[in-house]
Design a binder for this molecule. Structure first.
Ligand code: SIN
Length: 318
């Protein structure tokens, strides 16, 4: 892999941006809250490669009116509207509890305008418990910010550049699939000096209630996630890796339910993966994915999972 990613002592651990991850399996923003429900009731979240927390804005947000979630064939539509208690509450009340766990904390951050993104990043910059910022420029469910930043390469470039000047923490940009060409927004992030990319957020969709004869979601549209989007996510990871190779670390997210889905992302070029919607029907799924990847590499005779990153391309990977 490129200089920023190095395998470490065992077959699943690695270092990226100088941060050590126990394994490449992270939980996705918005699908694991702040990690504490699982930590307090189900399992020790120190087993995870990283926890990406629900999107944080500067001020608290109440989110969108109901109905916010609907199940769809092989997936789910959500329109939460980035409900969250605000970054100050997070750092005072939630982060101290999260820091007790030996996992990497990634803060997904959001702003209605550039200034709000900067304020959130500045606030988190002082927090040693937060290792990485994941820039949310892809939420399809808000009127201001979110996808409005992630669909215009010039606006995106300016935001990423300013944030890189603001914070000493590595920045991963979570991109939207709701654009014509993922390479345009990926390029804007590379030029703005993002440290890596997270591919992909949800696909904009709609479901209609045939009795009421109106959209089910309160905001009419929502973001589609779950197994239905796996092929779209894998294609985008593949496309971006094909262009940048190991020079831009990619974290793959979208449709991962089991270790085989995770391996598709890894073989396409992702150095790590995030488990999202699967947590809602099986909160143990991230642990099952870790176990599945470990057993797979042993069966295939790999010394380290990193040997598989980008292997589906006909280019040499180290
Ligand atoms: C939401 O809060 O509406 C979803 C967040 C996202 O898609 O980034």
């Amino acid at each position: 892999m490129g200089q920023t990613v190095k395998p470490t002592e065992d077959s699943l651990s690695f270092e990226m941006f100088g941060i050590r991850f126990k394994n490449p399996v992270w939980t996705a923003s918005g699908c694991f809250s702040y990690g504490l429900e699982v930590a307090n009731n189900l399992y020790d979240i120190s087993q995870l490669g990283a926890v990406v927390v629900k999107g944080l804005s500067y001020k608290p947000r109440t989110g969108n009116p109901p109905q916010r979630i609907v199940e769809t064939p092989c997936g789910m539509l959500n329109s939460i509207g980035l409900q969250n208690p605000g970054v100050e509450y997070f750092t005072k009340e939630i982060l101290p509890q999260l820091k007790k766990y030996d996992t990497v904390i990634v803060a997904n951050i959001f702003g209605e305008d550039e200034e709000e993104y900067i304020k959130v990043a500045q606030h988190l910059d002082k927090e040693d418990g937060v290792a990485i910022l994941e820039l949310n420029v892809s939420c399809p469910n808000v009127k201001k910010g979110g996808i409005a930043f992630g669909s215009d390469p010039e606006v995106l470039y300016s935001l990423v550049k300013r944030l890189k000047e603001t914070t000493g923490k590595p920045i991963l940009v979570k991109l939207s699939p709701n654009i014509t060409n993922i390479l345009d927004t990926a390029q804007a992030c590379v030029e703005g000096k993002a440290d890596g990319l997270v591919l992909i957020n949800t696909l904009l969709g709609m479901a209609i209630d045939v009795e009421r004869e109106e959209p089910i979601i309160g905001m009419k549209t929502g973001g589609l996630s779950g197994p239905a989007i796996l092929p779209v996510a894998v294609r985008m990871v593949y496309q971006v890796y094909e262009k940048y190779g190991t020079s831009v670390p990619i974290v793959g997210v979208g449709g991962i339910s089991d270790y085989r889905d995770a391996l598709q992302h890894i073989l396409a070029g992702a150095v790590a993966v995030q488990i999202g919607t699967a947590n809602f029907y099986d909160p143990y799924s991230p642990l099952k994915v870790i176990k599945g990847i470990k057993e797979h590499i042993e069966r295939k005779g790999y010394s380290h999972y990193i040997k598989m990153v980008g292997k589906a391309h006909k280019i040499k990977v180290s």
